[in-house]
Write a protein that binds this ligand. Structure first.
Ligand SMILES: C[C@H]1O[C@H](OP(=O)(O)OP(=O)(O)OC[C@H]2O[C@@H](n3cnc4c(=O)[nH]c(N)nc43)[C@H](O)[C@@H]2O)[C@@H](O)[C@@H](O)C1=O
Length: 352
């Protein structure tokens, strides 16, 4: 669908979701502007389309945000910028609150002055449920935060409802469950598994990447992980950015759970990933007690009834396809870094 007159403004544009959303909106005909703290390319160095305008600005600096909003005068704002490591947020509670909590409020306030008609999407998180009191979780499930990341996200989520009611602003929240892709950060669980499977596929016994403990992600032929019984509703980022857009096309601002409706544990995911490269995960993955989180969120599973019923959205990409894409991307990056030719790469089975 073409929408040539509209302008979108994305915070956190260089993150996984920002990149997919920017290109999704560009394909829909939007003019796309975005801000990020750093504009340097990540390991997945597919560059941004040159029509997307990138600006350096931090959510904690209202002067920078104001200048960027005045420049882009958006019809839609997607607030995706966040400190995203849930467990690590314990070490920097104030900094996390400044970005994930107060940063969102700063966007709501500045938008009210500069572009009062703009619709705003606030990225809320299933981490707000902590250890959920019931399965599955929907928009009415009580929050039970276990870390500063979740606490700050709840603050922004509550502020969104307050601004919506008090000032009549169109601010909608998507409660995003875990989602990854070829572009997710290297230290998230599924990206680690994709990297481990890619190393195993290429016969690498030691990974060039370091894990959360500063050790090689794969050493002595084994990927080091934390709690493999952790179960989450994991989806594909490429699907979720379409949900974000749909949330803003609804006639009223509201909260929507965004997930797949399926929960899987990491053992199952390891099994699918390593089987696709013809290996038994039990010989290639081990638990490292240093990677266990003393306090971790519980099993999540999204109840997607509201978004499916009102917006007609559902996740389209299966876990098998997502994992296959991620393993292929990790394999290509490793092969390029190691100067391997395509003929050196063993074939992969379809993930199932
Ligand atoms: C919804 C939420 O989703 C993400 O936060 P996260 O859930 O902390 O993501 P993660 O991939 O770090 O952990 C997922 C699960 O996997 C377990 N796990 C086991 N072993 C390892 C392991 O070795 N590394 C990691 N990272 N996790 C491991 C870990 O204990 C946890 O139970 C962010 O997008 C966040 O911004 C967000 O909003």
């Amino acid at each position: 669908m073409q929408n040539s007159s509209k302008s979108a403004f994305i915070t956190g544009i260089t993150g996984q979701d920002g990149w997919y959303l920017a290109h999704n909106l560009l394909a829909k005909g939007y003019r796309v502007h975005g801000i990020a703290r750093h504009l340097r390319p990540g390991r997945h160095c597919v560059p941004f389309d040159s029509r997307i305008e990138l600006m350096r600005a931090c959510l904690t600096d209202p002067g920078q945000i104001k200048a960027a909003l005045l420049h882009s005068r958006p019809d839609e704002i997607y607030n995706l910028a966040a400190f995203s490591r849930t467990y690590a947020s314990r070490a920097f509670p104030e900094a996390v609150f400044a970005v994930n909590g107060l940063g969102a409020v700063s966007i709501f306030d500045l938008a009210r002055d500069i572009c009062p008609g703009a619709k705003i999407f606030q990225a809320s998180s299933s981490e707000m449920f902590g250890k959920p009191p019931r399965q599955p979780q929907n928009e009415a499930t009580p929050f039970n935060p276990l870390n500063p990341y979740a606490e700050a996200k709840i603050y922004a989520h509550a502020a969104a409802a307050d601004y919506r009611n008090r000032h009549g602003q169109f601010i909608a929240c998507g409660i995003l469950f875990n989602h990854e892709s070829e572009r997710s950060a290297q230290d998230f669980a599924l990206q680690k598994i994709a990297h481990g499977a890619a190393c195993a596929r290429l016969g690498l016994r030691e990974s060039p990447l370091k894990n959360e403990l500063g050790m090689p992600m794969v050493s002595d032929g084994r990927l080091h992980m934390g709690n493999l019984t952790a179960a989450r509703d994991w989806g594909y980022a490429r699907d979720y950015v379409e949900a974000m857009w749909k949330v803003l096309q609804h006639d009223t601002p509201d909260d929507f759970v965004i997930g797949t409706g399926h929960s899987r544990d990491l053992e199952t995911i390891c099994e699918i990933a390593y089987r696709s490269v013809n290996l038994d995960w039990r010989n290639h993955v081990q638990t490292d007690t240093g990677l266990l989180r003393p306090v971790d969120a519980g099993r999540t599973q999204a109840d997607t009834g509201k978004i499916a019923g009102l917006l007609g959205w559902q996740a389209e990409t299966s876990m098998a396809v997502m994992l296959g894409n991620m393993i292929d991307a990790q394999t290509s990056i490793l092969a390029a870094e190691l100067n391997l030719s395509i003929s050196d790469i063993p074939a992969r089975q379809t993930c199932a």
